[in-house]
Design a protein around this ligand. Structure first.
Ligand SMILES: Cc1cc2nc3c(=O)[nH]c(=O)nc-3n(C[C@H](O)[C@H](O)[C@H](O)COP(=O)(O)OP(=O)(O)OC[C@H]3O[C@@H](n4cnc5c(N)ncnc54)[C@H](O)[C@@H]3O)c2cc1C
Length: 503
């Protein structure tokens, strides 16, 4: 007789997740369900939905092979009621009196819902992260500013990663200074391993093609890993072929190189196919064996045990209010070209088209192109958040929201970023080859042919002067603006007005 029901969510595909660790195989039923509500509360990219459903089906099989009883509700099961709450209620009815135990979800919305489920589930904290919610709250307590760098050092000490006794390996905590090289087209980048869909994935692709035809994004070619074993292959490929230059070209962008030396592992880590700490240990081992330089290993590990843990800490510390932040009072609707790619700005077009094709863009494409444009144009940060949450295969609210609302849109007023990530076309030109193919002229400051980032940048500073001029990190830019001739200032205001009113 089974006495425990354990719902496993689509981003909880780890065999040692808290709810499975405490369960008795003989007494437990694992419940997994593909529900329309989760696939459509934002209209997720087709590749993302296919990835999660396929990874879920493969994980269910792994669990069965390991001796668990799995009750799997597929999206097209006739009785599927479409919501998680409803499916758990149906399972409770199917299996008789049963205690429900679940690992806490990654989104506030779901946690709040679960707390009201009539079956009164026991909710276990998700200990796949290095820093628990309460440890982060204790770290944040009483600090004037919550800067990532100090948090990161504590994580290095706690994990022992790249430590030399109690000192950081190489004598410095952070080698970011070495990590800002632009890339050139002639450099060789290894690309990502591509996994041919197996029969299970093929079934999911057919289902997604039929049910989510009107969602954003190209479903095929579908090449993501859907199993733990294939995700390990992707990790090994990154360490062997890309990691050594991860640091060097972390901020670079090239039209024909979608992945450069990035890991493209976020989607696997975030849904549980890879474990974040094990990934970092593998990266550290490559450094210790002399296969990769310190700036690469440190740069990667900082992203995972620093930024990833830090944004999660901020999310749980500040939700539910955080999502409504709009410090810059931005209200413009998201321009249509975020969905169509139909814009003359070559950089925005490249990032949107790549996003549509791959459900992937790397950090600088997200931050300094699509994010930067939305910031300068004053787009409503909630709309920007919904876009990022929908379009990337690695997007879950706990990680996406602080990155979008805080880091990229400055909508939390500087809690997460010490200054807005705003930049003119010169930055994009320096770090990419996009401007070469643009119908705007990145060298021109004003006029119909000038790169819109150029005048929108100054216009943004003017619009937000009351808040930003007193920020010491912005002082230099305001001094530069102050020195511009009056006719240039007038041209900036007129160009920005013309461009924004035509958006
Ligand atoms: C506006 C915006 C939205 C974002 N939305 C998401 C999101 O929904 N999900 C997501 O995982 N990341 C998000 N990021 C962070 C980052 O862009 C992605 O983690 C990264 O691009 C994933 O690609 P990768 O695996 O190739 O990462 P790499 O660049 O190779 O980095 C390695 C790993 O470090 C971690 N990482 C790097 N930067 C961050 C960061 N800022 N926050 C958290 N983890 C980080 C990820 O686990 C990533 O896989 C966002 C960033 C911005 C600016």
């Amino acid at each position: 007789m089974k006495s425990q029901l354990i719902p496993i969510l689509g981003d909880q595909l780890s065999p040692d997740i808290a709810s499975l660790r405490q369960a008795d195989k003989a007494a437990a039923i694992i419940l997994m369900c593909e529900v329309a509500e989760e696939a459509t509360y934002v209209r997720h990219h087709k590749k993302k939905i296919a990835f999660i459903f396929s990874a879920m089906r493969h994980f269910a099989n792994e669990l069965r092979q390991a001796g668990w009883t799995v009750d799997y509700v597929a999206l097209d099961d006739t009785e599927n009621c479409g919501s998680l709450r409803g499916e758990v209620a149906r399972a409770v009815e199917r299996h008789g009196t049963i205690a429900v135990t679940i690992t806490a979800p990654g989104e506030w919305r779901l946690l709040e819902d679960m707390q009201g489920w009539p079956c009164q589930p026991t909710i276990l904290s998700d200990d796949r992260f290095l820093c628990s919610d309460s440890a982060f709250a204790a770290w944040a307590e009483g600090r004037k500013t919550l800067r990532m760098e100090y948090f990161y050092r504590d994580m290095r000490r706690a994990t022992g990663l790249l430590m030399d006794g109690d000192q950081p390996e190489g004598g410095k905590w952070n080698f970011d200074h070495d990590n800002r090289k632009p890339a050139r087209g002639e450099q060789h980048f290894p690309g990502v391993p591509r996994f041919a869909p197996d029969a299970l994935t093929a079934e999911v692709l057919a289902l997604v093609a039929e049910r989510f035809a009107d969602h954003f994004g190209d479903l095929e070619p579908f090449w993501f890993a859907a199993t733990r074993a294939d995700a390990q292959v992707a990790l090994a490929h990154f360490i062997d072929h890309a990691l050594a230059r991860f640091g060097d070209f972390q901020d670079a962008m090239l039209l024909k190189e979608k992945f450069l030396s990035h890991a493209v592992l976020g989607l696997y880590i975030n849904c549980g196919l890879l474990d974040a700490l094990s990934v970092c240990r593998a990266v550290e081992a490559a450094y210790r064996k002399g296969h990769v330089p310190l700036n690469a290993a440190e740069g990667f590990i900082r992203q995972v045990i620093g930024w990833r843990e830090y944004v999660r800490g901020i999310y749980w510390l500040k939700m539910p209010d955080y999502i409504a932040n709009n410090a810059l009072e931005a209200t413009r609707p998201l321009p249509d070209f975020y969905w169509t790619g139909d814009t003359e700005m070559a950089c925005v077009r490249a990032c949107v088209v790549q996003t549509r094709e791959e459900a992937y863009a790397h950090h600088i494409q997200r931050l300094m192109v699509t994010g930067n444009f939305a910031l300068l144009a004053g787009v409503d940060p909630y709309a920007v958040h919904q876009w990022y949450l929908a379009v990337y295969a690695d997007a879950y609210e706990w990680v996406e929201l602080p990155n979008t609302l805080g880091m990229s849109q400055f909508a939390d007023g500087g809690l997460l970023a010490s200054k807005p990530y705003a930049a003119s076309g010169a930055y994009i030109d320096r770090m990419s080859d996009y401007c070469k193919n643009c119908s705007f002229d990145v060298k021109a400051k004003n006029g119909a042919k000038a790169c819109p980032f150029n005048y929108l940048y100054w216009d943004f500073l003017v619009r937000h002067e009351a808040r930003l001029r007193r920020n010491p990190r912005m002082a230099q830019m305001y001094r530069t603006y102050d020195k511009l001739a009056d006719d240039r200032k007038l041209a900036i205001a007129q160009d920005a007005k013309r461009f924004l009113s035509n958006l």
